[in-house]
Design a protein around this ligand. Structure first.
Ligand code: ATR
Length: 477
């Protein structure tokens, strides 16, 4: 199939293999290459069944296999591997060719690579792909960013392999530069927060209410019928129901309570801090995973730090309150992520259309949820407003659930159950609705010890006061 491959895929780990099969089953002629040829051979032998997929065993052969201009999708490990592959590939590329990075790359790396390749006349797209291995095979959610011309070269192909919702294919141009990977990063940060919220209500049901995994699974299944209908809600139920073949008990209870991360959640938190956008719930979810790692320390401190056991006498509405609380975490996480996206788009000139982002997240991706349709309507009512909380319908959904969330937080404290996603979500709403915060006292103290100045509420200007008494900590000159 010399010169006839419509798309080339480099990197045949699970995602690369499944995307290759997905393209081929949609009728596209695919060339594949992997650094280690055994993986290519195994793929061709074990998984390819007559689909139009041709293997290449050198990059030169791979480049020859593709029609011009070439369209090449990298599915290699994010980080230095992507740079190494691009470097090795460049001698075989020609101006007008297109390289796409479908890995979880950092948006700044994507912009750097885009500029480096532009200097050689090669187009580059950073493509966020969500949906896991199954999604890659059956229809992922696809978030491409870069130049519109580059996107036009693959729009037809990407929309063909993407998941579909009632609002169309889950693939759309996300914006300029690193927009695609930025949007994917925010997607992952929301995913972290959603999962943390689910973990917290599971902990509450297990620890405070003494419910079995089976019963908790039933609750998630019921919630999945309502407003919490979402891939992650459904998955929680499925995972909780799964029985360990060895012990016969729920496998989830045999799993070590240390949560891993690959970096996208942390990058989102870092980016939010750099841009000065408060995303406490997204950040709390990252911190909760980090904290979970200190298993030995937690055991040591816990043994010396008992908490009174209180399991009896929960009010009957507790489960309904928990459902409301999880809804609140989800809504607030989305509102924080979408504010971050708004500010990042302005700061980096991405030109992101958040309504399109929500449409692309409707199906195929990990955070797909019933709420997305509603959130899209809210954004479309005022696309330029950074805050969902300013929208009356959104505010109504949040406000109505706050009392329940507050009751859960009271009970959680009594039972000694940490709920960082829920408590930050409530704090966030309480802070954002507060026209006056105690930051005046912070400013006064800053001015007192460091002459950092302050502004006044009753007249314009910048002020400094010689505060009376000792304003330096002892020992500081
Ligand atoms: P997994 O953990 O599932 O293997 P991954 O580590 O994210 O997935 O990605 C691995 C893919 O990146 C593989 O295709 C790997 O090629 P090999 O099969 O040869 O290991 C590819 N990869 C990683 N580093 C690479 C590099 N420096 N150059 C080329 N390909 C690389």
């Amino acid at each position: 199939m010399r010169n006839s491959g419509e798309i080339g895929i480099i990197g045949l780990a699970a995602m690369g293999q499944n995307l290759a099969l997905n393209f081929a089953r949609k009728g596209f002629r695919v060339c594949v290459y992997n650094r280690t040829s055994e993986r290519t051979e195994a793929f061709m032998r074990d998984r390819v069944r007559g689909e139009p997929i041709v293997p290449a065993y050198t990059l030169e052969e791979f480049a020859r296999c593709l029609e011009r201009p070439r369209r090449i999708l990298l599915m290699v490990q994010a980080g230095p591997a992507a740079d190494q592959v691009i470097e090795a590939l460049l001698p075989f590329l020609e101006p007008g060719d297109l390289v796409m990075d479908g890995g979880n790359s950092h948006y700044a790396d994507t912009e750097r690579r885009m500029q480096a390749l532009a200097a050689r006349g090669v187009h580059f797209l950073g493509i966020g792909i969500s949906g896991g291995e199954k999604g890659a095979l059956l229809g992922p959610s696809i978030m491409p960013g870069g130049s519109p011309e580059a996107y036009a070269m693959v729009e037809g192909m990407l929309t063909r392999i993407a998941a579909r919702s009632e609002e169309g294919p889950c693939c759309a141009y996300m914006g300029r530069g690193g927009a695609g990977h930025y949007v994917k990063m925010v997607h992952n940060a929301i995913e972290y927060a959603f999962m943390q919220g689910i973990a917290e209500v599971y902990d509450f049901m297990k620890t405070a209410l003494g419910m079995s995994s089976e019963t908790i699974a039933e609750v998630f299944e019921r919630w999945n019928e309502g407003t919490l209908n979402a891939f992650l809600t459904e998955l929680a139920a499925r995972v909780l129901r799964y029985r360990d073949p060895e012990t016969g008990g729920p496998l989830v209870e045999r799993i070590l309570d240390k949560a891993e991360q690959k970096g996208t959640g942390r990058w989102a938190a870092q980016s939010a801090l750099e841009l000065g956008v408060p995303t406490p719930t997204l950040t709390a979810a990252v911190i909760a995973r980090t904290l979970s790692h200190f298993k030995g320390d937690r055991e040591r401190i816990g043994a010396a730090f008992p908490w009174p056991d209180r399991r009896a006498g929960f009010p009957p509405e507790t489960l309904a309150d928990l459902e409301a609380a999880l809804n609140l975490v989800v809504l607030v996480s989305f509102s924080q992520g979408l504010w971050l996206l708004h500010e990042a788009s302005r700061a980096y000139d991405y030109g992101v259309d958040r309504a399109e982002v929500l449409r692309v997240w409707r199906a195929g991706c990990i955070i797909r949820a019933r709420w997305l349709g509603f959130l899209r309507e809210v954004i479309r009512e005022d696309p330029e407003d950074p805050h969902l909380l300013f929208n009356a319908r959104f505010r109504g959904e949040v406000q109505g659930r706050l009392p329940a969330a507050g009751r859960i937080l009271d009970l959680a404290f009594e039972a000694g159950i940490p709920m960082p996603a829920l408590s930050t979500a409530v704090d966030y709403v309480l802070s954002m609705r507060r026209s006056r915060l105690p930051a005046n006292l912070i400013q006064a103290q800053r001015d007192a010890f460091g002459a950092h100045t302050y502004e006044r509420i009753d007249r314009p200007g910048v002020f400094h006061t010689e505060w009376e008494g000792e304003t330096h900590p002892p020992g500081v000159g």
